[in-house]
Design a protein. Sequence first.
Length: 387
Amino acid sequence: MERSFQVELDRRGQANDVWGSLCCLLLGLILASFSGSTSHCQGVRQQEADRTSDPTLDAGIALARKGKFEAAEVAFMQAVALHPNDPRALTALGQVQDQLGKVPDSIETFRKVIALDPQSADAHVNLGIALGDHDELADALQESLVAVRLAPDSASAHFLCGRLLSDLGKRDEARTEFRKVLTIAPAYAEALNYWAELEGDEGSKVVQERLLERYLKLRPGNATAWVQLGNLLDQEHRQSGAIAAWRRALTLNPNYMVVLYSLARALKGSNPVESRQLVERIRALEHDQQMTDRIKMLGNKSNAEMDHADYKAAIDDLHGAMELCGKCEFLETIEKNLGLAYCRGGQLDAGERELKLAKALKPDDPDLDQALAVVERQREQARADSQ
């Protein structure tokens, strides 16, 4: 099913080419704090962990900070070869492997860190993230629970636990974990974001809106969150607030097609001149061959990434295609493949959400019914395994 975008584009005559947020967050944290040890080992292990001026490790950190993960992986592998018992080097390697979509390698690397220091909550969080990325949700949940037990005041451990509980359909327990995260770290933006998504799935629109507003105070540069807030306000018939939120999204991404459609519709009565200008802009973008080619390239690139189990990259590219697409002819296919990528990467809530959006666009697609049934089976199996 994940190759449907490629098939669809071939049929039309032209084919070219998250867990993610939590993993990126933890990578940033570990790179920012490498001057300290993440291990509690004694003796030789502690001496290894206390190395703070390894030039190979420092070089890898610098590369990772620039987003050059492949080069960083090489540097971290060299650091591990020089210091095989240094949890910092192993952790950095595992983080980068996960970013590159090499999830089985990442899992193996984090297991080595835990073997060196089974009392490290961070190591269990990292392994839990990697297991979740590999769709091993029950095992990932167990790692998060170990991390919470070892470090009850770890916001990252509670956040991972909340994410996993939500994906397993244990929504009340997930809410409890998100509350703990925000008690420990009130500025933990991603907990607000994922909690807002949970409330949206549950139909608690007022709570979702409040959480989104708190999130946007911390992350005002997230265009998608502004769109979500605008949509909520629009559903509540709070037109001026919706228009303001959509305008914020457009300042961040001037070609965000869904926002252009929403604003054109909202301004039709109060500002018909601007509404017509927006409609003209939409038409120009719809007939922009470079835009169409970009959507196709991102869609086909995401297929290749899914073929290599690099679901993080596929999700990013499909989101990029979605923003450019608006109501284009590829929308249902993008939604479907985005849902599949989320599910393959262990993010069942997000995957189910996208698959349902795709089904609303194409109710008679049997692939979508099959995919939604698989999501529920995944959830039920993971729940049973976690008991």
